[in-house]
Design a protein around this ligand. Structure first.
Ligand code: NAI
Ligand code: MG
Length: 334
């Protein structure tokens, strides 16, 4: 079987780490057909939009997609976040962010959390307006039963599949009584269908604190869009940071995998961009394609490089982006 993989290089270090991912995939004993499509600020400058329709079409036609990173200029009138728009247009409703200890001194031990973030609604619904001559800005927070139910179900299903015993449902229903109230009500209903898994409710501010205090207590966290965005960036710092944090945007028809980091403009062309976050995103993609063996092979190769300090400077090593890629490929081939 040949997998059609859509590569979205994007901006900054995105194209560098996407090239690394292509090399690593090509070293695996699987057949891939790669296509590239435009996204990001560079696309906007060339084509007048950061997310051309042809890119969405290409993603739809592919078995899975890898995204590098994009640059999002603040305060550019008419500009929109192509990643948020892509997630909404393709209904990539679940953002999965594994946070697992790595064999490195910057990582805490015994952490193995999956953060399951709702990816299409909440405060990122894109409904904003300005009133009072620009002196009042309003963003609407949309929470639906459908959106809540499918993300909560995803979290409980993941708990079941991965033999986890608990799901933390994180909200702020004491203040956001309508939106978080609905999310909470739906969670209590869905949890009844999974008697073997304990649902633990936690307010989002408490969760932010508990994550710092005792991160080992969490197995799965499910929450709304903005809360999940913040908590997952917080959690990744216990397990090596942005250079190794990966995520999957999972939809019903297709899915897009990406490193958590942004376009890191100061690192462009320096060879200091850590490609490992991209490789772990690639391993998540292989897992999604049911290529468990290759996913594990890539995962193990990466872990071995990290533990032997064969890494970029952010993880204390002295190798370049390209050299780390070569070391990972050597391990895959051996
Ligand atoms: P950033 O993630 O690009 O960089 C944050 C810090 O992490 C910097 O110190 C950077 O050098 C370091 N870093 C990032 N990736 C790294 C890697 N692979 N290896 C080693 N170090 C790495 O976030 P920042 O600086 O806030 O944003 C830069 C641009 O990226 C902005 O335009 C922002 O909008 C965009 N962005 C895009 C994201 C995406 O494409 N998913 C996510 C976050 C930001
Ligand atoms: Mg984020």
């Amino acid at each position: 079987m040949t997998y059609k993989i859509c590569l979205l290089p994007g901006d900054g270090i995105g194209p560098e780490v996407i090239d690394c991912a292509e090399q690593v995939l090509s070293a695996l004993p699987l057949d891939f057909e790669f296509t590239r499509a435009d996204i990001g600020f560079g696309a906007y400058e060339r084509l007048g939009t950061p997310l051309p329709d042809s890119t969405l079409e290409q993603i739809r036609l592919s078995s899975a997609t890898l995204l590098g990173a994009v640059t999002t200029p603040p305060n550019l009138a008419g500009y929109f976040s192509p990643i948020v728009r892509m997630r909404q247009s393709l209904d990539l409703y679940a953002n999965l962010r594994p946070c697992k200890s790595i064999p490195h001194e910057s990582s805490k031990e015994n952490i193995d959390i999956i953060i399951v973030r709702e990816n299409t609604e909440g405060l990122y619904s894109g409904i904003e307006r300005v009133e009072d001559d620009g002196n009042k800005a309003i963003t609407e927070r949309v929470i639906t039963r459908k959106g809540s139910e499918r993300i909560i179900r995803k979290a409980f299903d993941l708990a079941k599949q991965t033999n986890r015993k608990s799901v933390h449902v994180v909200h702020k229903a004491n203040v956001l009584r309508q939106t978080c109230g609905l999310f909470r009500t739906v969670a209590l209903e869905v949890a009844k269908e999974y008697p073997e898994i304990t649902m633990i409710e936690m307010l989002v501010d408490t969760c932010a604190m508990e994550l710092v205090r005792v991160p080992e207590q969490f197995e799965i966290i499910v929450t709304t869009n903005l809360f999940g965005d913040i908590l997952s960036d917080e959690a990744c710092m216990f397990v090596g940071g942005l250079g190794v944090a990966a995520s999957g945007n999972i939809g019903v028809h297709t899915s897009v995998f990406e490193p958590v980091h942004g376009s890191a403009p100061p690192l462009v062309g320096t060879g200091k961009a850590n490609p490992i976050a991209m490789f772990l995103a690639t391993a998540l993609m292989l897992d999604y394609l049911h290529e468990k063996e290759s996913a594990e092979q890539l995962h193990n190769a990466v872990q071995d490089c990290i533990s032997k300090k064969e890494s970029t400077p952010d993880l204390g090593g002295s190798l370049t982006t390209g050299q780390v890629t070569k070391r990972v490929i050597q391990r895959i081939n051996s």
